[in-house]
Every structure is written in C-alpha cells, then in structure tokens.
Design a protein around this ligand. Sequence first.
Ligand SMILES: Nc1ncnc2c1ncn2[C@@H]1O[C@H](COP(=O)(O)OP(=O)(O)O)[C@@H](O)[C@H]1O
Ligand SMILES: O=C(O)c1ccc[n+]([C@@H]2O[C@H](COP(=O)([O-])O)[C@@H](O)[C@H]2O)c1
Length: 200
Amino acid sequence: MKRLIVGVGGMTNGGKSTLSKGLQQKISNSCIIAQDSYFKDESAIPVDNNGFKQYDMLDALEMDMMMRDVGSWQRDPNWFLRQRGLNTTQNNGTGVFVLIVEGFLIFNYRPLNEVFDKRYFMEIPYHVCKTRRSSRVYSPPDPPGYFDGHVWPMYLKNRQEMERTVSGIVFLDGLKSKEELLAAVNNDIHQEIEKLREKA
Ligand SMILES: Nc1ncnc2c1ncn2[C@@H]1O[C@H](COP(=O)(O)OP(=O)(O)O)[C@@H](O)[C@H]1O
Ligand SMILES: O=C(O)c1ccc[n+]([C@@H]2O[C@H](COP(=O)([O-])O)[C@@H](O)[C@H]2O)c1
C-alpha cells in the first residue's frame, strides 16, 4: 500500500484549512489531520506578565496525541479512513493513500516534520493576517492586543526556528485566490502520486 504525507503549514489565517479541505475533496483516499484539534485545555495554558495565554507555541498542543493519530494512519490508512466515516475507493493495491496534515506549527515539531513527503507553507502579510484574524472567533476569544502582544511575535519566533531547522519547504502566496492555490497544489500532489504509482 503506497502512502504520501503532505504538510500544509503556514501562519494563522493563512488559508491552511481552506486549502486542505479543497485538496481532500480532489484527492481520492485522502484525509486531514488538523493541528487545531490538539490544543490543550485552557486551564493548562500558561499566562505571561501581560495576562496573555501562551497559545502560539508547541507546549500548548498535545503533540503526542497528534503523533499517535498520524501513526494510526501510517499503520493502516484504510482503517483510519473508515473510522472517520470516509469512503475508500477500490484500487486493487495500486492506489496511493494521502494524509494531509495542516497546522501553524507542524514543521516546528521535529518528529512530525520528519514524516512529510511534501511541505507547503502559506504566508500572508502582517496587515492581512491581522484583519483576517480579527474576524475569527477562537475559544477562548482573542483578548484586546493579543495579535500584536502574542500572536505576531510568536509567529516571527517560530518562523525563524523553522527556517533554521527545516529545508524543502514550498512557500505559497496566500494572497492568491483560493481557486488558484488549490489548482496549483492539487496539480503538484497529483504529480507526486503519479511518481509513486509508477514505482514498482
Ligand atoms: N486564498 C484566500 N484568499 C482570500 N481569503 C482566504 C483565502 N484562503 C482563506 N481565506 C479566508 O481567510 C480566513 C482564514 O482561512 P483558513 O483557511 O481558516 O486559515 P487557517 O486555517 O490558515 O487559519 C477565512 O475567512 C477564509 O475564508
Ligand atoms: O483552538 C483553540 O483551542 C485555540 C484557542 C486559542 C487560540 N487559538 C489560536 O489558534 C491559532 C492557530 O490556529 P489557526 O487555525 O489560526 O492557524 C493560534 O494562533 C492560537 O492563538 C486556538
């Protein structure tokens, strides 16, 4: 059984979920694991001197649990898809199963970064990011000043660390239209799938 693991990373509100959901619809036998689903309970998140909850760091995430889920997909993608109520198409063993892992810190966690066959990172300028973020409601919601006081400085720090430690990332311009981004990445992934299919 052939497998491909694609990482869709990027800054907050860069368009990761939108792109990932589009890809899942276009790629048969694919599914998504989203890092957002692994945030620790609010009570476990430390607070800084300004009263800002420290959400934008790996410590805020249950990465062991996320790795366990990636591991279950790796062991048996067919079972994993069925567990999630997703259809699998019959492929006589020649098909390729694709896992899309999306999240804002997926390349900063080394054990996860190591599993990727392809890495994409969606970026948008500061002002666009701040505007998109301001219309999104998280749980708990961002307190006043959170973007400039926590989210953006942590993004800069995490990104610097990622660039120091990870290579082979394809950077995507998140200002392009949703359709254009989906078409380009979908095309790229289908080429990877073809390469895998051709391999004995
Ligand atoms: N290419 C795009 N162009 C314009 N707006 C976009 C684009 N991609 C996503 N968005 C919008 O930006 C917001 C955040 O998108 P989302 O996919 O949830 O980001 P992320 O998962 O990276 O946080 C949503 O309102 C979404 O509709
Ligand atoms: O999902 C949660 O439990 C949650 C609670 C508080 C904040 N978040 C924010 O979620 C952001 C990452 O998700 P995203 O989709 O914006 O890339 C990150 O910037 C956090 O500040 C997320």
